[in-house]
Design a binder for this molecule. Structure first.
Ligand SMILES: *[C@@H]1O[C@H](CO)[C@@H](O)[C@H](O)[C@H]1NC(C)=O
Ligand SMILES: *[C@@H]1O[C@H](CO)[C@@H](O)[C@H](O)[C@H]1NC(C)=O
Ligand SMILES: *[C@@H]1O[C@H](CO)[C@@H](O)[C@H](O)[C@H]1NC(C)=O
Ligand SMILES: *[C@@H]1O[C@H](CO)[C@@H](O)[C@H](O)[C@H]1NC(C)=O
Ligand SMILES: *[C@@H]1O[C@H](CO)[C@@H](O)[C@H](O)[C@H]1NC(C)=O
Ligand SMILES: *[C@@H]1O[C@H](CO)[C@@H](O)[C@H](O)[C@H]1NC(C)=O
Length: 631
């Protein structure tokens, strides 16, 4: 027997004389989720179906409606049964314009990995039943964003796990008021924004009723800029709300004028084009260069997308340099990257290095080793051997050098991996900051899923100030840099770390050591990750390969302790190793390697940084149950 409680089912009918209403019916259940508005079915999701936007049907569904017409303007699904999928809720909920009508419901299961922070977020949004939802329980909730919850109904059945059952369906019916069209400033005059905000959601205060963001962002000059003629190229697909955040992060900072930005869009997406027209940003759409349907015998979609993305980068760079004939370089961003407030100032201060030092081939805004607990020094720059994407500057000269052999076809691999091969890198390096200057919002990209996001991307914060003075930029030139590294390594403030503890032991490294710690670990050649993988995974650093080093030297902080990890005997600095010193063990088997993959998912919780976590509350996932039966 199933015991259940119906916690709340409110109905609000009537209201103002002559006011217009919307009749809302929602069914949330094991196999079917239906939403009907004024007798028209707008969603019929069944378990196992693929929705129009490519998402799968199972999990927590969200519809948002135009508050004046009742038209559906956004549909999202979050499979919060899956680990870390709740991370995607945060940017979406915070991007819905106040005044919209939002409908939430569950299909099949949504609670298994619904973390406490995500439940709190939903409850704060008005979905109160989310805070008590259990496994295979159902809910339906209709609310006005930033206003009242019109109804929140749930069937809460505590026995579904022990009895291996599903809670009874929730069937919800309410009549809710629609707002008067005059209640929104952008509805009154027939401006460009009216069409956009009536049709689409996910732009927050851009579509605010009372005080929509001005369309012309105040232009702030970048003092004594040397990158005036260097454009920012944004590579985009069909993620307009993310693209909006990315563009806005540029427009709101010194130097970020619309005419500086060029967006290339792969495909024809009306919402993206309308957005760019509204923001007065120049763009070019490319027809997808490769057609999947002609490659039916290709089993690996990843290989296909790698080729398509590579081609897009090539064509986009070519276009950017053609449209800006005087630009010596281009700054690249992707639509799911948000620039820090000093992003342009960062490139302005470092551009001279790329122009003057032939041993460099990029300046990048991203530190692969820059997690919350491993990077604090906002003024510090480093040189690394691996090409780093995620917000970077490439010169015309180097593009011309690699343009002819750029990977364009299926099977030729990812452009970024390709740029890293010896032939292209030609022993050149990139300059990166210790604290990244971009924030990676995308939970899912071509290669990125939830656990990967939580382990390696979401925990990288950026700087928050517009004016950060970078230290000793001239010391990043090759000869100077080498000199400073030797000075650092041979200074008396160096302590060689000598412990037999495993790097995963919580006492392995002190968090507040005043001297610089040098760790030696085994590394036979540049691509040998057997020693690095364990050290990095245990300390919460990128461990999947040996990116981010300079001649075998990895520099990072562990909280307040400065660490220099030297790959022995590969590194040029191996000569410093005392004859007898403990080195962490190497990963010998694939089983050990797989164990590391499960470990890194826990890293965000193993390396807490209370003061910085405040800025990313959604990161703190507290649930993780590997697998479960659903149907
Ligand atoms: C949702 O997540 C669960 C757990 O990872 C997975 O088994 C299931 O296939 C996912 N469902 C969809 C529709 O993606
Ligand atoms: C795709 O998979 C089928 C069956 O597994 C195999 O016969 C075929 O060779 C594969 N095609 C390619 C291009 O790998
Ligand atoms: C831009 O770079 C130039 C040259 O390095 C420097 O003089 C100027 O102060 C920089 N401005 C900002 C805001 O970074
Ligand atoms: C790091 O240093 C700061 C400033 O001295 C201090 O407030 C903080 O507690 C230290 N953190 C750790 C983990 O020791
Ligand atoms: C870390 O060291 C700094 C400077 O020595 C000191 O001020 C601070 O209190 C220490 N913090 C902790 C948590 O030990
Ligand atoms: C490191 O520790 C080991 C054992 O604890 C000891 O034998 C060795 O001499 C130490 N090495 C150095 C350089 O202190």
């Amino acid at each position: 027997m199933t015991v259940f409680t119906l916690i709340l089912a409110l109905m609000i009918v009537g209201l103002a004389e002559g006011g217009r209403h919307l009749d809302v019916e929602v069914m949330s259940s094991r196999r079917n989720l239906r939403v009907t508005l004024n007798s028209v079915q707008v969603l019929d999701a069944r378990i196992g179906t693929l929705l129009n936007d490519g998402t799968q049907a199972m999990g927590l569904h969200l519809l948002t409606l135009n508050q004046h017409s009742g038209a559906v303007i956004m549909k999202k699904t979050f499979n919060t049964t899956e680990f870390a999928a709740g991370l995607a809720l945060y940017p979406v909920l915070t991007s819905i314009a106040a005044g919209r009508i939002a409908i939430f419901a569950v299909l099949a299961e949504a609670s298994l990995n619904l973390a406490r922070v995500t439940r709190q977020l939903l409850a704060g949004f008005g979905v109160h039943s989310a805070s008590v939802l259990r496994v295979r329980n159902y809910l339906a909730c209709v609310l006005t964003v930033g206003g009242v919850t019109h109804g929140d109904a749930a069937v809460l059945d505590a026995d579904t796990i022990s009895l291996n059952t599903f809670a009874s369906p929730v069937i919800f019916h309410a009549v809710i008021p629609l707002s008067d069209p005059d209640s929104c400033s952008w509805m009154k005059d027939n401006n460009k924004r009216k069409k956009f905000c009536s049709q689409y959601d996910g732009y927050g205060d851009f579509c605010d009723c009372e005080n929509p963001l001005p369309l012309d962002f105040p232009k702030q000059k970048l003092a004594n800029s040397v990158i005036e003629n260097i454009p920012v190229l944004i590579i985009a697909g069909n993620r307009p709300t993310e693209l909006y955040r990315s563009i806005r992060s540029l427009l709101e900072q010194p130097g970020g004028a619309p005419e500086k930005i060029l967006v290339t869009v792969e495909g024809d997406y009306p919402e993206v084009f309308q957005l760019l027209n509204l923001l007065q940003i120049r763009y070019q759409s490319f027809r997808p260069a490769l057609d999947y349907s002609t490659l039916l015998d290709l089993n690996d979609t990843r290989v296909f997308y790698a080729a398509r993305i590579s081609r897009h980068y090539h064509d986009a760079l070519q276009l950017a340099f053609r449209l800006h004939p005087n630009a010596p370089a281009v700054i690249l961003l992707e639509e799911d990257l948000i620039a820090s407030p000093d992003f342009l100032s960062f490139f302005n201060q470092t551009a001279f290095l790329l122009a003057s030092d032939p041993s460099l081939y990029c300046i990048s805004a991203w530190n692969d080793l820059g997690a919350l607990h491993t990077s604090r020094d906002t003024g510090l720059l480093m040189r690394v051997e691996t090409m780093v994407g995620n917000g970077w500057m490439l010169t015309r000269r180097i593009f011309q050098e690699v343009e002819g052999t750029w990977p364009m076809n299926v099977g030729e691999g990812d452009w970024d991996m390709w740029l890293r091969i010896d032939e292209n890198a030609a022993q050149r390096e990139c300059v990166i900051p210790a604290v990244s200057r971009v924030f990676h919002y995308g939970l899912t990209g071509a290669h990125v899923r939830g656990p990967m996001t939580i382990a390696h991307f979401a925990g990288h914060l950026t700087t928050s100030q517009p004016n950060i003075w970078l230290k000793d930029t001239h010391k990043l030139v090759q000869t100077e840099y080498e000199k400073s590294i030797y000075e650092l390594l041979e200074s008396p403030n160096i302590v060689f770390h000598n412990t037999s503890l495993s790097p995963c032991n919580k006492n392995y490294l002190p968090k507040n050591f005043t001297e610089t710690l040098v760790i030696f670990f085994e590394m036979t050649q540049g691509l040998d990750k057997a020693g690095w993988a364990l050290l990095a995974a245990c300390l919460g650093l990128w461990h999947l390969d040996t990116r981010g080093h300079h001649r075998g030297l990895f520099r990072f902080n562990y909280y307040n302790t400065t660490v220099l990890a030297i790959g022995y005997p590969f590194s040029d600095y191996s000569y410093l190793k005392p004859p007898k010193i403990c080195m962490p063990k190497k990963i010998e088997t694939t089983t050990e390697l797989q164990l590391l993959d499960t470990l890194v998912v826990e890293n965000r919780r193993r390396h807490r940084v209370a003061d910085l976590e405040e800025f990313l509350p959604s990161l703190m996932l507290d649930v993780r149950i590997p697998s479960f039966a659903y149907s």
